[in-house]
Design a protein around this ligand. Structure first.
Ligand code: NOJ
Ligand code: CA
Length: 702
């Protein structure tokens, strides 16, 4: 620790309140606010009387306008408190408590008279604050050149980070000291799908940190609406991260019209990593549900005509006659179909039958619509129309067939990031879905954004994602958006946003593999903002068995894949592998069939980012519990205390775990299934191998 930090830390312990301050309901967290000598707004955060964020400045640089950085005075401070419970439409729990103390600091810039307020909400597990620009005479429109919110940490903490890319989050995490981030940046970039534009050697949020003293700190944002996503630019000397917004095509960050608020900047802190996973702060900082009738929003377990395309076993495109289609010399009715088109009637019916036999709700079908011969990489504006099926995909027949079997098809809209084209077709596309019996769509944003120069996380495109969610709600359609901006709890307001990808999902296991401990980090980072369509459930780890030209391997054991259904929370949960692979391992497949996707309650049993996560969840409206674990690089024995079970009941636990000889590289399909009588007194000791895990079903023993 540097001398100034030490002195400052001691000063802070003696006198916790500099300027205004606000304590969490349990009094463990303290936020202090002050304007410094130059009139710069500053804040600091303490946890259990020890500094977590040292004095850090706040403000904005504006385009062609006086900055909102200094010269501020405090006009007033208004305190408030809230303690309420709200019901989720779907979730890790049925009810969420929203309990915080609030401090609203009313600021005025002395020379310009402009008003800028900063609202702090202090929860038991962290702090959220946002800037508010109220209606006023002296500030109307303004353009933010850069937000200058800093987060000065107390030392060289361990960080789980991905690079500050403006266009993709699909990276493996790097775990390093803050001081090593710069030197590891190039290594972190290698092997990723897209290496787009960077202006910073910074990182994305949610950023997960751990101090040497064992404090867990998480920095993210909540309620990202009409504003660009925030990355964090690093000044290593002082361990300071500073907000770095995603620019637009001309290099500006945000266009503001007052009254307007920024998203919340969030800092969670605890000495127990499980508290980070259990926190609902991000949802609580979002507005309540804006959809009156939510009865049409339903969690779904689904399979898909998908993994066969991702692995290269089959194709999205209908024909190999690329040139002719591109030049418009033939239309599809004349084109020669290729042998590998996945979304053909017979194959889709096979998946429908499989879904119906095994109790799935939905079947995603990709590559069903015209355009896949020339969809990507050439800035094609008019790319897909989202309503024209290929000749071998009979949309009416297949939806009717699915209906007779009690299942439904899930729509796929790959926008190819031609955002204007998607908005152009959106009403017709959603109406087409309703006319044909689709209630859910997976959308995707692969490639560079059109309009050119915009980025996946800029204000304009953030507005597009939210426009799509609101419009879909008008049509009673659920959305699962891939490659969209990472979520920030907006699903509280729009619960039809049932999932996002927005991180490195299972698809990368077919593109060269992900790090073995990837899913022990995601719950602390990507999942903080909302559910992930991670698409677990791959049983065949050797991808060359599906496609001899693809030598990728899935870097986990089979038992780990089962554990992911519990730890990677999503109301939309896929069984990604091919039906034939599930038929080969039908006993293990039973866990995927049984596992719930909506919950009354969740208990976070064990957690250490990068090392292991174990979660127990009680199925909604049922007495069954499910426990899942994902393990990192080191072989380990998990100790599972079943004290969450009803004290007066007896249960049967069916355990799906790694075999002692299981090895994610050489023997991933070695697993053990065993049943045991258990009670709330039972402690299960379970071995997990590297990249291993387990899934447990616990059901009352009637
Ligand atoms: C990337 C998505 O993540 C993947 O799931 C999808 O199949 C492809 N884009 C094609 O749209
Ligand atoms: Ca993706």
């Amino acid at each position: 620790m540097r001398l100034f930090q030490l002195i400052f830390g001691i000063a802070l312990m003696i006198q916790p309140a500099l300027g205004q301050y606000c304590l969490s309901p349990n009094k463990q967290i303290n936020v202090a606010f002050a304007v410094n000598k130059k009139g710069v707004p500053t804040y600091q955060i303490q946890y259990k009387q020890k500094p977590v964020i040292l004095e850090s400045s706040m403000g904005f640089e504006l385009v062609k306008d006086d900055d909102l950085m200094e010269n501020f005075k405090v006009l007033d401070v208004i305190y408030d408190t809230k303690d309420e419970v709200w019901n989720t439409v779907w979730g890790e729990e049925r009810e969420i408590r929203n309990h915080y103390n609030e401090m609203l600091v009313i600021l005025q810039q002395k020379k310009t008279s402009r008003r800028m307020n900063i609202r702090f909400r202090v929860f038991n597990e962290g702090v959220g604050f946002r800037y508010e620009f109220p209606q006023q005479a002296d500030l109307g429109h303004f353009i933010i050149q850069q937000e200058r919110t800093s987060f000065t940490l107390t030392g060289d903490h361990t960080a789980h980070w991905i690079p500050g890319d403006y266009d993709t989050q699909e990276y493996d995490y790097t775990t390093s000291r803050i001081s090593k981030i710069e030197s590891l940046f190039d290594v972190a970039l290698t092997g990723n799908a897209s290496q787009e534009q960077f202006s910073i050697t910074g990182v994305q949020t949610a950023l997960m940190l751990k101090t040497d003293e064992g404090l867990y700190i998480n920095i993210h944002e909540a309620a990202l609406l009409d504003y660009p996503a925030m990355h964090l630019n690093l000044t290593p000397d002082t361990y300071t991260f500073e907000s770095w917004l995603t620019p637009d095509a001309v290099g500006n960050m945000a266009y503001m019209i007052v009254p307007h608020n920024t998203p919340w900047r969030t800092v969670m802190v605890s000495d127990d990593a499980r508290d980070i996973l259990a926190s609902r702060m991000t949802y609580n900082l979002n507005e309540p549900c804006a959809i009156e009738d939510t009865s049409w929003i339903k969690p779904m377990k689904y399979i898909g005509v998908w993994w066969e395309m991702i692995t290269g076993k089959s194709s999205w495109s209908y024909t190999d006659d690329f040139a002719a289609i591109k030049l418009g010399q033939v239309d599809y009715s004349e084109a020669i179909p290729n042998a590998t088109h996945g979304a053909n009637n017979a194959n889709v019916k096979r998946y429908i039958d499989f879904a119906a036999t095994h109790g799935f709700d939905g079947i995603l079908v990709e590559g069903w619509n015209e355009g896949w011969e020339d969809w990507f990489g050439h800035s094609k504006d008019y790319v897909f129309d989202f309503v024209t099926p290929y000749p071998d995909f009979d949309v009416k027949m297949l939806n009717a067939y699915a209906k007779t079997k009690g299942v439904e098809l899930i729509m796929h809209h790959e926008t190819s990031s031609s955002v204007r084209n998607y908005e152009r077709h959106m009403d017709k596309a959603y109406q087409f879905m309703k006319d044909n019996g689709y209630n859910a769509v997976k959308s995707g944003y692969v490639g560079d954004i059109i309009p050119r120069g915009e980025h996946h996380y800029s204000q304009f495109i953030v507005n597009h994602y939210n426009y799509a969610i609101e419009k879909a709600a008008d049509y009673q359609i659920m959305i699962n958006a891939h490659e969209a901006v990472r979520p920030t709890g907006v699903a509280r307001t729009y619960p039809n946003l049932v999932a996002n990808e927005s991180a490195r999902g299972t698809e990368f296991q077919a593109f060269g593999g992900s790090k073995p401990n990837h899913t022990t980090i995601l719950p602390f980072t990507r999942l903080i903002g909302g559910p992930m369509d991670y698409t677990p459930g791959v049983f065949e780890m050797d991808i060359s068995k599906l496609n001899p030209n693809n030598n990728s391997r899935v870097n986990t054991t089979l038992a780990n894949q089962l554990g992911l259904y519990v730890i990677m929370y999503s109301p939309l949960q896929m069984a990604a592998d091919l039906p034939e692979n599930y038929e080969r391992f039908s006993d293990a497949f039973q866990f995927i069939k049984d596992v719930a996707i909506d919950w009354d309650r969740s208990v976070y049993l064990e957690a250490e980012p990068g090392e292991f996560v174990t979660i127990a969840r009680k199925a909604k409206d049922r007495e069954d519990w499910f426990v899942g674990n994902s393990n990192g690089y080191n072989k380990r024995e998990a100790a599972i205390y079943l004290s969450f079970l009803d004290k007066d009941k007896k249960y049967i636990a069916t355990i799906y775990r790694d075999h002692k000889n299981s090895d994610y590289k050489t023997n991933p399909q070695a697993y053990v299934i065993e049943s045991k009588k258990v009670t709330s007194q039972t402690v299960l000791k379970l071995l997990t191998v590297p990249a291993g895990g387990f899934g447990i079903k616990i059901t009352p023993d009637e």
